[in-house]
Design a protein around this ligand. Structure first.
Ligand SMILES: Cc1ncc(COP(=O)(O)O)c(C=O)c1O
Length: 303
């Protein structure tokens, strides 16, 4: 028996369909207690702020988020007894709002994208003395993946070698933390970022849209260690959503847009590694959350 819901953070690593001659395994992060990878970052950031004396019992936490970090912070806040104020772009799915509110968080919606939500959170921090965790800059975000997601993967692969890590980027916390951990173990590993076609800032493009929830913030996050990157893969929301429909209906793996996009990119990389002569390459990717968080968007409705 666990003492707290917070002790149940962790997720399985599951093999998914891969091109002939390759293996792809995905971290199924919807299995975390708050339903996404961001539970890890939320817990690590909150506990670091507690240790540093920046967060004490009567404080209110404020954070700009496209959803999953907000849900993670709301979940940890509920378990630890903090008030939580979330600022989220109005464009993000209604499921996200209802879940945060169920955890007891207050929610403010802003027009615009995550940069507009960041500006509003800065105002609330300055005017009301709320404590902002700053997931885009806070080192505890990548550290959570360096200390938990990465070591879990090493444990789950047994004696296999990892040839590539292919994953989307929002704050960059997941790719940076997991990437640092895996590269220590496998110095030759390729680390490949995935970004939206309409927000391909890592590829040097101006953002023209905000089609993915959680991936492609429209700027290069401080928490993305670009030195780690060997390559960048670009995916469209249209193709990513089609891949989500295929994953759930053909493989029983119910995931959201960024996961579908990351899987498409993982398959491209796996195909290239096989073509380059690599024997049974193992490609690791991350599935951040469940497709249940996207049902209202209509993306799972039959075409
Ligand atoms: C659905 C989803 N996918 C991908 C990401 C990207 O993760 P990271 O912020 O660690 O780069 C997030 C982050 O919030 C997310 O919510």
């Amino acid at each position: 028996m666990d003492d707290s819901i917070l002790d149940t953070i962790g997720s399985p690593l599951v093999e998914v369909d891969a091109p002939d001659g390759a293996t792809i395994a995905a971290k199924i992060e919807s299995q975390n207690p708050g339903g996404s990878a961001k539970d890890r970052a939320a817990l690590w950031m909150i506990e670091a702020a507690e240790r540093d004396g920046d967060l004490t019992a009567d404080d209110t936490i404020v954070e700009p988020t496209s959803g999953n970090t907000g849900i993670g912070i709301a979940m940890v806040g509920a378990a630890k007894g903090y008030d939580v104020q979330i600022v989220m772009p109005a464009s993000k799915s209604p499921e996200r709002r209802s879940i945060m509110q169920a955890y007891g968080a207050d929610l403010e919606l802003v027009e615009g994208d995550i940069s507009d939500a960041k500006d509003r959170a800065d105002e609330l921090e300055a005017d009301r003395g709320y404590v902002q965790l700053r997931q885009f800059d806070n080192q505890s975000n990548p550290n959570s993946h360096y200390e938990s997601t990465g070591p879990e993967i090493l444990d789950q692969i047994g004696d296999r070698e990892v040839h590539a890590l292919v994953a989307g980027v929002g704050t960059g916390g997941t790719l940076t933390g997991v990437g640092r951990c895996l590269r220590e173990e496998f110095p030759e590993i390729e680390i490949i970022a995935v970004e939206p076609e309409d927000s391909a800032v890592l590829s040097g493009e101006e953002p023209t849209g905000d089609s993915f929830q959680g991936m492609g913030p429209g700027f290069v996050s401080q928490n993305l260690d670009t030195e780690l990157l060997d390559d960048i893969e670009v995916v469209s929301a249209h193709d990513a959503e089609a891949e989500c429909r295929r994953l759930v209906s053909e493989e029983g793996v119910f995931v959201g847009q960024s996961s579908g996009g990351s899987n498409l990119a993982a398959k491209r990389v796996a195909r290239r590694l096989v073509a380059d002569g690599c024997t049974d390459p193992l490609v690791i990717t991350v599935f951040w959350d469940s497709g249940e968080r996207y049902v209202s968007t209509g993306m799972f409705d039959s075409e």
